[in-house]
Design a protein around this ligand. Sequence first.
Ligand SMILES: Cc1cc2nc3c(=O)[nH]c(=O)nc-3n(C[C@H](O)[C@H](O)[C@H](O)COP(=O)(O)OP(=O)(O)OC[C@H]3O[C@@H](n4cnc5c(N)ncnc54)[C@H](O)[C@@H]3O)c2cc1C
Length: 259
Amino acid sequence: MAAERGHRVRLIERQAELGGQFRLAAGQPERGEIAQLLTWYQAQLERHQVRIELRREITADEIRQSGADAVILASGSRPDRDGFQRALMHLDRLPGADQDNVCTIHDVLDGSVIPGTNVLLLDDIDGWWPASGTALHLAAQRHMVTVATASEKAAGKLDNSLTGDTTRARFMKMGVEVLLATAVEKWQGNTATLVNLYTGDREERDFDSLVLACTNSPDTALADALADAPMPVHVLGDATAPRTAHMAIYEGRMAARAL
Ligand SMILES: Cc1cc2nc3c(=O)[nH]c(=O)nc-3n(C[C@H](O)[C@H](O)[C@H](O)COP(=O)(O)OP(=O)(O)OC[C@H]3O[C@@H](n4cnc5c(N)ncnc54)[C@H](O)[C@@H]3O)c2cc1C
């Protein structure tokens, strides 16, 4: 929108492709429309002659010296790796979360980690897409998938977008097991200690890998370093608080209109 309104725009991205975390969403089963949306954005950027620089990590010093009249920071968020669960507030981190057989849904979706056959997916986000879509992705890759969620309904968060029922049906068809009202208290070796949040009953079960689907943390490094920048800096999207793509798109439009 900034380019459409006549501004000269440079878009800098450290990855080889544009799209950020939404490109990971596009790789989940049956979510190809997201890839189409990203392709549409790419075409719009070319049409409005936005200068795109990929595989380039920009620093705060470079931004200060860039001569830009304004900066829009959409540096996003990153997955936490400590396995903190809202249902177990007394634990800062999941004991054992630092083991080699623990990874995040980002690691799975970007292909940097291939978990073992029998996977426990810790869902601390009420079955939202990063958790449920990754469970389906792993099941489609022939992993045995068990989801442990503090929620009382599988894929409950997807009811907001009317995709809860279809996702629960796909869980059943693909053999994804869901343990409701369950938190993971400990991960030791290959053994998870699962706790039922109603009864407090504990059960130990073995898995090859633990995949974390927990809340992200905003990437504020650039925003913090540019707090006293000589030009206006607009911070938006997950960099302010990890939320949704539509909030990032909306805030991007608002920032472009304010330039
Ligand atoms: C699997 C999955 C499924 C999802 N499904 C949905 C969904 O269905 N609906 C929905 O609304 N949201 C969904 N989301 C959330 C959505 O993807 C994010 O909220 C959204 O991508 C946030 O956009 P953003 O641009 O703020 O940040 P990000 O997507 O995190 O992008 C930030 C970008 O900035 C780049 N960057 C950071 N620092 C630098 C630097 N110094 N130099 C160069 N580049 C840098 C990063 O490489 C990254 O590409 C999903 C997320 C995931 C992971």
